[in-house]
Design a binder for this molecule. Structure first.
Ligand SMILES: C[S@@+](CC[C@H](N)C(=O)[O-])C[C@H]1O[C@@H](n2cnc3c(N)ncnc32)[C@H](O)[C@@H]1O
Length: 270
């Protein structure tokens, strides 16, 4: 009879990934697995685990196999229709929260919300703030809506391309976005976990900066005076994004580094 311990070593996966798959197959939390790693595991469960482990070895992201990913301490459902939320995007949420004291009448716009990770995290941390989230993809929005319901986050969703998703009137205190910023010629698009994610969430189909340019160019029509725009970008795009913000009339332009020490989030105020 196999055990969690023997299955983990048979799987050929990093221990953490094997544990995540075992948790799902056995419907048990991490603590249980750690305390029972030499208990016998039913043959059907062992077979199911080994099938998932083979899929993982062939490249399917763990988040797709287990159907969820943790972000800012919240469990978000994910699918092949949305970007898997990344740890570095938590910095985008932190910058938004720093620019947004909890207060009735304040508002935030999340452009390209995907799974809803950023909008939902802000809505849960600032329950009195009006949070609006948009995406071009209807399937992404449906999943984001489901995540918001499950986590009891109050977010208003709207479908469309960038600012076109919004009604004409109304300005926001903060706008955030993690748009597709990988250049279409970047070889990373055909490597690793990226192969399994929606191409429209990863690349702008151009030089990687076209969505960022569009969002910056339109921001002054959708932000209040003194409002903040925070953008996630590639590690080599910080300087260019800062230039674009300065040229669009933003003040206090600054770039923040992610946990790996790479320039990742740039923002400024109008
Ligand atoms: C990098 S993903 C970010 C998802 C999510 N905000 C996150 O950080 O995990 C970019 C998102 O922008 C959306 N997107 C791409 N083009 C768009 C457009 N023209 N208008 C609105 N959203 C768009 C994609 O569907 C995708 O959900």
């Amino acid at each position: 009879m196999q055990t969690a311990q023997s299955l983990t070593s048979m799987s050929g996966l990093p221990r953490l990934e094997a544990r995540m798959l075992l948790e799902m197959v056995l419907c048990k939390p991490r603590e249980w697995l750690l305390a029972h790693d030499t208990d016998p595991i039913a043959p059907e469960a062992a077979a199911q685990f080994l099938t998932l482990a083979a899929q993982r070895r062939q490249g399917t992201p763990v988040a797709h196999l287990v159907g969820h990913r943790e972000f800012m301490g919240h469990r978000l459902s994910v699918s092949a229709e949305v970007l898997i939320p990344r740890p570095e995007t938590e910095l985008l949420v932190e910058m938004a929260l720093q620019s947004l004291p909890d207060g009735a009448g304040l508002s935030l716009l999340d452009l390209g919300t995907g799974s809803g990770a950023v909008a939902i995290s802000v809505a849960l941390a600032r329950p009195t703030v009006r949070v609006v989230a948009t995406d071009l993809s209807e399937t992404a929005l449906a999943l984001a809506q489901k995540n918001a319901q499950q986590l009891e986050a109050r977010v208003q969703f709207s479908q469309g391309s960038w600012y076109e998703a919004l009604p004409a009137e109304g300005r926001f205190d903060v706008i955030v976005s993690n748009p597709p910023y990988i250049a279409h010629s970047d070889p990373h698009l055909s490597r690793g976990d990226l192969r399994f994610e929606p191409v429209g969430a990863l690349t702008d189909g151009a030089d990687g900066l076209s969505a960022l340019r569009h969002i910056i160019a339109g921001a002054s029509q959708h932000l209040i005076a003194g409002g903040w725009l925070w953008l996630e970008h590639g590690y080599a795009q910080g300087e260019e994004v800062a230039h674009l913000l300065l040229r669009a009339g933003f003040n206090a332009v600054q770039t923040k580094q992610d946990l790996a020490g790479l320039p990742r989030i740039t923002g400024g105020s109008l």
